[in-house]
Design a binder for this molecule. Structure first.
Ligand code: SF4
Length: 994
């Protein structure tokens, strides 16, 4: 029951006052504060135990300011949170310097490095785990420090007086605390644990105590708070001497822990000696909806009465079956409140995932709704943090270089300034990274700087050979830039200072610092990074492994919150935890996650301390959290006129979930039923999408040449050909030229060409090679092995994993030589390889005009027959298994690469390249024959069957296809799934939707 504000007299004891935390609480509090101002003729100091209700209290003071106040009282009383009040202590700069969390973790880290007994305990921890443990240790040490701080208040106050004059005291005080805490903790452990459990706890407690002894310092928050209290009281005494001491109104917005209660009681007692001190508590007797929320009296009867007096018509209970349904219901409920003209709303995020999803749905309402997420949006989820992380991942890569994924993730981050890095114009830089990506993907380069260089160089060589666009030389510059910085990190002996400086230099050099500065999250990220600019020399010089330092950065960024910038809006929505709704006014509240598993919700028990031990250390216990949440929920239901309680009635694994026991208990007392979500279903006519069809743009240039693979693409899917070859969207050039662009594939082609050329040379020098089969066999095997080793060496240097590909190929060599010798016995002789051949295909366009198109490509190899001076054969190597090669043969007309080379070689303009011979035979040769099957040991070549017939069919088909293309008929999307699977045009043709 509310009480009138006490009459203030000369008493030197704190006054007690209780207010009812219902809808009228802020008004009652404001009136009391003004009453105090009038009675004392002073501007009171109002300190709130939590910061949440700050703005609400200030607003209420404005609204309920008495009309007839004298001028000197008309200023709003000072309202401040306890934490801010401590920070604002007079002469705070004289206190021992405050340490950041980071510095304190480093303190734990350094202690760990110095003490082998602790190192042994930590040994199994990963870097991230170790920093997490360091955080837990710092927290636990703070709990210990706080537990002893009331016992030490006197010593601290004495110390405060001597602080300025006697530096020695500062050192001694640590010893005093050490003894006190040891005694206190030993006593509590004795009491909390018995028997077997004690052994385990003892070990943990010993480790913690050891840390505490080594790391506790006068700058720990618990002790700094005592300094601050003493400084305030000291200043108050001086003010009192000149009759300026202001009354203190302490508002207890949340139930304090016993230890906080002890500290505050002592503060108020001392304050009351010098000026009026009023302790304002919440009186739950008329608000608590469950007995546990009420202190004293006949709790059960009182709770029942409160339920009957509550305005339950404003409560709506809604159960949704699925997650998405729940989020939509929450979003729609809020939308309806906005339509109804409510402008100050709250979404209580008992279920944070649902709240996040609802928020995403509400974002579509645009800037008219200002959404403030007070649950702590993590900075690490922003794209600015992802950009930084991409660099951290890169510098953490092995010495040989990063993987393609890591490299591209960094280069594609939107904060990178390529123009600055290359010192080139914007136009020059457009498409550079896409070009690099194409080359690396096509070359199947996996990792390593050398591999990346090789891939670019090979792509350049290939472009020169095919007279196509040469990849930009700036790609090598870009790689060099990144490589140099990566190298700097690889050789750095990391200490905190050097690592911080180098990271900042990197951010500057890459232009990321400037780009991040322009981004809201980026700016906050840079601020967080500044905390690594340590001041204490011992922290600066803390040596650690690079991985440890990087994991420290990631831990700090992970722990940082992202503060969104709010703008002017027509309505506000606060997303907050239940505790933050205390003493705040909202037009309507939506609470998501009211199921039995999430309401009430308990915070994780701190490492090292069991609930029983917490009780003895007088900190927060599960029971206290339970009571506090019952009160917070009661207050929310009683003080807001419109509350929607939403829960998901089925858990993730499909089991039914009931509403929270608190809700069920209310339902047993009043007629209150759950509703189903009322999401309106939108009715619409299905409008199936048809197969995609591309219609030619009038001014689209038509192709004047075509490679074998482009023709294959046209046969596979005209739409894909249109997108890739005519529109040129992300065309991967090397792949498009029908060439095995993987570095390993290219290298194998290179090896074979050079091997056959060496064989020709060697045959001249050593004629025995032509007659002695065994010698020939041996030489060929040895030579092919050697050339393979040589060609693969630079690749292996860049990426040691390529060694596997080399070894696989070397296993194939004996069988490959067998095949070659068999072929020679049949009269075939190697003639040339990697030969560019083509022909002009005549056709008539839509208007009947005669035209030609050049069809050309590179044939892997031509052989000639020694017994027939007119006969030649064409071979295409496939870095595939023989089974795949056989499958190709079944679809020869859709993949007529060999027929193209054969026709080209036979046409008069190219025929001189084969000395006038005619290609009448064609075959594919698999470079990955199945060596395990004895019977098929030599099965690696597949000949084209019925070649003359096929050649005729192919010629008619290609003429018809090219004529169709030039007549600009619509290009339909159709292809078997095997083709679509790796098609880059899939997102455009929308295969799967039709
Ligand atoms: S996904 Fe399939 S149907 Fe679509 S364009 Fe690619 S190949 Fe053609």
């Amino acid at each position: 029951m509310s009480q009138p504000f006490p009459m203030l007299t000369e008493q030197q004891q704190p006054y007690s006052w209780a207010i009812t935390p219902n809808a009228g609480a802020l008004k009652e509090l404001a009136n009391g504060i003004w009453n105090c101002a009038v009675q004392t003729n002073q501007r009171p100091l109002v300190v709130l135990s939590t910061a949440g209700p700050l703005m609400g209290v200030r607003r209420a003071l404005e609204v309920y300011r008495p009309a007839d106040l004298p001028n000197h009282l008309a200023f709003l009383p000072q309202v401040i949170s306890f934490q801010d009040w401590l920070e604002a202590a007079p002469g705070a700069w004289k206190f021992p310097k405050k340490q950041s969390d980071l510095e304190r973790w480093l303190g734990v880290y350094s202690t760990l490095r110095k003490h082998p007994d602790l190192q042994a305990w930590f040994k199994a921890e990963s870097e991230t785990g170790a920093w997490g443990l360091a955080q837990a240790i710092v927290k636990a040490c703070d709990t210990l420090s706080k537990a002893v701080s009331p016992h030490l208040q006197k010593q601290i106050h004495v110390f405060m007086q001597q602080y300025e004059s006697d530096q020695d005291q500062q050192n001694k005080i640590g010893e005093v605390w050490g003894r006190e805490v040891q005694t206190l903790l030993d006593a509590t452990i004795q009491e909390a644990y018995r028997g077997m459990a004690r052994k385990v706890v003892d070990q943990e407690a010993n480790v913690l105590l050891t840390f505490w002894r080594y790391t506790a310092s006068v700058s720990d928050p618990a002790f700094r708070n005592q300094f601050a209290i003493a400084a305030h009281l000291h200043a108050l005494a001086q003010a009192q001497a000149v009759h300026q001491a202001r009354p203190l109104i302490w508002v207890e917005t949340a139930d304090p822990t016993p230890i906080d209660q002890e500290i505050i009681a002592d503060l108020l007692h001392q304050y009351a000696q010098l000026a009026p001190a009023i302790e304002v508590k919440m009186d739950w007797s008329a608000v608590g909806l469950w007995p546990e929320a009420i202190q004293g009296g006949d709790k059960s009867t009182q709770a029942v009465q409160n339920v009957h007096h509550a305005q339950i018509e404003g409560w709506r209970l809604v159960s949704a079956k699925r997650f998405e349904e729940l989020a939509w219901t929450a979003a729609k409920t809020i939308e309806q409140h906005l339509i109804d003209g409510k402008t100050n709303l709250a979404l209580v995020a008992q279920d944070r995932l649902v709240a996040r999803r609802a928020r995403a749905l509400l974002a579509r309402l645009g800037p008219a709704l200002n959404i403030a997420d007070e649950t702590g949006w993590k900075l690490s989820t922003t794209r600015a943090a992802a950009a930084l992380n991409s660099w951290l991942e890169l510098i953490q890569s092995p010495k040989d270089g990063p993987s393609v994924k890591v490299l591209l993730e960094f280069l594609q981050n939107p904060f990178l300034d390529i123009e600055k890095i290359l010192n080139r114009e914007k136009d020059f830089c457009i498409g550079l990274i896409a070009e690099l990506e194409d080359i690396l993907m096509a070359s199947k380069a996996e990792s390593g700087w050398t591999t990346f260089y090789l891939a670019i160089e090979r792509a350049q060589q290939y472009a020169v050979k095919t007279a196509s666009a040469i990849p930009s030389s700036a790609l090598l510059e870009l790689l060099q830039f990144v490589r140099e910085r990566h190298h700097e990190w690889s050789k750095l002996k990391v200490d905190c200072n050097k690592a911080y400086k180098l990271l900042q230099a990197n951010l500057q050099a890459t232009g990321m610092a400037t780009s991040l500065e322009k981004d809201s999250a980026g700016k906050q990220l840079l601020e967080v990074l500044k905390s690594f600019d340590l001041h204490r020399p011992d922290h600066q010089l803390t040596v650690m492994r690079l991985n440890e330092w990087l994991s420290l950065i990631k831990t700090v960024v992970e722990g940082a919150s992202y503060q969104e910038e709010g703008g002017d809006a027509r309505a506000n929505l606060s997303i907050l935890p239940l505790s933050s709704a205390r003493l705040r006014e909202f037009d309507a509240i939506v609470l998501v996650g009211c199921d039995e598993q999430q309401l009430p919700a308990y915070s994780e028990p701190p490492l090292f301390f069991s609930d029983a031990l917490n009780q003895l250390l007088k900190t927060s216990t599960i029971e206290m959290q339970f009571v506090q949440q019952a009160r917070d929920l009661s207050q929310l239901l009683v003080s807001c006129s419109q509350v929607d309680l939403l829960w998901q009635s089925k858990s993730k694994n499909g089991e039914p979930l009931r509403p929270s026991a608190w809700i069920q208990r209310l339902q047993s007392k009043v007629d209150w039923h759950a509703l189903s979500p009322q999401i309106q279903k939108r009715v619409f006519e299905p409008n199936p999408i048809d197969m995609a069809v591309a219609h030619f743009e009038e001014d689209l240039p038509m192709p004047l040449s075509m490679s074998p693979s482009a023709y294959k693409a046209l046969r596979d899917c005209p739409y894909r050909y249109y997108v890739r070859s005519l529109l040129g969207l992300r065309k991967i050039k090397s792949v498009d030229e029908g060439f095995d662009a993987s570095l390993a594939g290219q290298t194998l082609h290179q090896v074979l060409k050079s091997f056959y050329h060496s064989l020709k040379t060697e045959e001249h020098k050593n004629p025995n090679l032509k007659t002695q089969d065994e010698e020939r066999h041996e030489w060929m095997e040895a030579r092919l092995n050697m050339e393979s080793e040589q060609e693969f060496a630079p690749l292996i240097e860049g990426d040691a994993r390529v060694m596997g590909a080399l070894r696989d190929w070397q296993k194939q060599i004996p069988s490959f030589i067998d095949w070659q010798l068999q072929r020679e016995q049949a009269g075939w002789q190697y003639f040339d390889g990697e030969l560019k051949v083509g022909f002009d295909l005549p056709f008539a366009d839509i208007d009947g005009n005669f035209k030609t198109i050049r069809i050309e490509g590179f044939a892997d190899r031509f052989d000639i027959h020694i017994d027939d001076s007119k006969l030649a054969s064409v071979i295409d190597y496939k870095n595939q298994r023989f089974e795949r090669v056989k499958q190709r043969a079944e679809h020869l007309l859709d993949d007529p690469q060999l027929l193209i080379y054969a026709r080209a070689a036979n046409e008069s303009q190219e025929n001189h390249k084969l000395l006038g011979r005619q290609v009448k035979q064609a075959e594919w040769v698999a470079l990955k024959a199945d060596l395990s099957k004895e019977a098929q040991k030599a099965a690696r070549s597949q000949e084209v069957q019925e070649m003359p017939e096929m050649m005729m069919q192919f010629s008619a088909q290609i003429t018809e296809d090219v004529q169709g293309l030039w007549s600009k008929k619509p290009m339909q999307a159709f292809a078997p799934e095997g083709v679509c699977q790796y098609c880059e045009a899939r997102g455009i043709c929308r295969k799967g939707f039709w």
